[in-house]
Design a protein around this ligand. Structure first.
Ligand code: PLP
Length: 387
């Protein structure tokens, strides 16, 4: 049995979620826009899921727009807000370590007149609130800072930066794709205008996400058509996916706090176990201010071997990654996230990402702690022999 330590790439669907989705793949196949009984049942299911997703983040149901992915939520947030209304504010500020769904959208907005500024991070990957205080101004239209980073796990001071954006009259978006269901999020506690979530990171299905749009925030759609989702996301709704998302959110709300305590303990057991066996190991990202189950490691002098280490773990039955799933095709190249932390190009190839989730156990952590040092040592011997 594979030990699955790649929960930041995606999570296994919780069996309770799969069970809730099943009827919507078969007998209950109505289109939520249809007026007959099958359609009305589908509409009710979508609206119930909207309540469940809203409850996870303290939002109102009408503030949730269902979309097809976290990527689409990020696109709709940035491009939709930028295009919504003409404004003399052309500034777009996003952090240098955002997921490409935010970074590439922000770059694409340049062709529509956006003046893009990338906010730096420190060597732990933390954004600097003072930097935002100095740079968010009367010309800033939108600020986007992720709640937690997918590569290094660092949790950002997004609530503080949201307050800075609000004070300057700018909109604030946070990509909470990695954070939702893993750390508490409450849109009533901070002036967050837009927030992205993706179901498959919280034990829900792939291909469904949501954008929270604070009541009163104007957005322009990026997909045009029949006007579903208040005109913000035309297309027949993915009913089964949305139902699954709703239950995944509900389960995360119910057991998120307990999951988190358990995951922090597993994470620390993993880190301390690796440290004890491999003196050259170090953690990438903030040592404590990180997602509960997120471990990003490197081995001093062997950073260029991260991909080989990941493949050796795979052979040993452990699914891990070297950064993010999206960059798997560039897995051997320096990571722009690690470069932004100040790593040189050699060290920037060095993240081994082990991310734990609801279904991982202490025995699995102990197994990885027992096999990893041998694999690291083996690679070191090969590298030495090559020299
Ligand atoms: N944002 C972050 C921080 C992510 O980690 C991911 C996926 O890895 C996404 C956005 C994209 O989400 P999706 O896979 O649902 O498109």
């Amino acid at each position: 049995m594979t030990i699955y330590f790649d929960n930041s790439a995606t999570t296994p669907v919780d069996p309770r979620v799969a069970e809730a989705m099943a009827p919507w793949h078969s007998a209950a196949f109505g289109n939520p826009s249809s007026l007959h009984a099958l359609g009305r049942a589908a509409r009710e299911a979508v609206e119930a899921a909207r309540e469940q997703v809203a409850a996870l983040i303290g939002a109102k149901a009408k503030e949730i727009v269902f979309v097809a992915s976290g990527t689409e939520a990020d696109n709709l947030a940035l491009a939709g807000a930028f295009r919504a209304s003409p404004s003399d504010r052309d500034g777009v500020i996003v952090s240098a370590i955002e997921h490409p769904a935010v970074l590439e959208t922000a770059k694409a907005l340049r062709s529509q007149g956006a003046a893009l500024t990338l906010a730096p991070v420190d060597s732990d990957g933390l954004a600097d609130t003072d930097w935002f205080r100095r740079h968010v101004s009367a010309t800033t239209r939108i600020v986007s800072l992720m709640a937690a980073n997918n590569v290094i796990g660092t949790v950002q001071p997004f609530a503080e930066v949201a307050a800075i954006a609000r004070q300057a009259g700018a909109l604030f978006h946070t990509d909470a794709v990695q954070a939702a269901g893993r750390i508490p999020l409450d849109v009533r506690a901070a002036p967050i205008d837009l927030l992205s979530i993706s179901a498959h990171k919280l034990h829900g299905p792939k291909g469904v996400g949501a954008l929270y749009v604070r009541d009163g925030v104007a957005l322009a759609p990026i997909i045009h058509g029949g006007g579903q989702e208040r005109g913000l996301r035309s297309a027949t709704e993915n009913v089964a996916g949305i139902v699954g998302f709703g239950w995944a959110a509900e389960l995360a709300r119910e057991q998120g706090a307990a999951d988190n305590v358990r995951l922090v303990a597993l994470r620390e057991r993993l880190i301390e176990g690796v440290f004890a066996a491999c003196p050259q190991a170090y953690v990438i990202g903030h040592r404590h201010r990180r997602l509960p189950g997120h471990v990003a490691l490197a081995f001093s002098g062997q950073e260029g071997e991260a991909i080989r280490l990941m493949l050796a773990l795979d052979e040993a039955g452990v699914a891990a990654s070297t950064g993010s799933a999206c960059s798997a095709s560039h897995a051997d190249e320096p990571s722009y996230v690690l470069r932004a932390l100040g790593f040189d190009p050699f060290r920037a190839r060095g993240a081994l990402r082990l991310t734990l989730g609801r279904f991982n156990t202490e025995a699995e952590v102990d197994r990885v702690v027992s096999v990893l040092p041998g694999l690291v040592g083996g690679l070191r011997r090969i590298a030495t022999a090559r020299r």
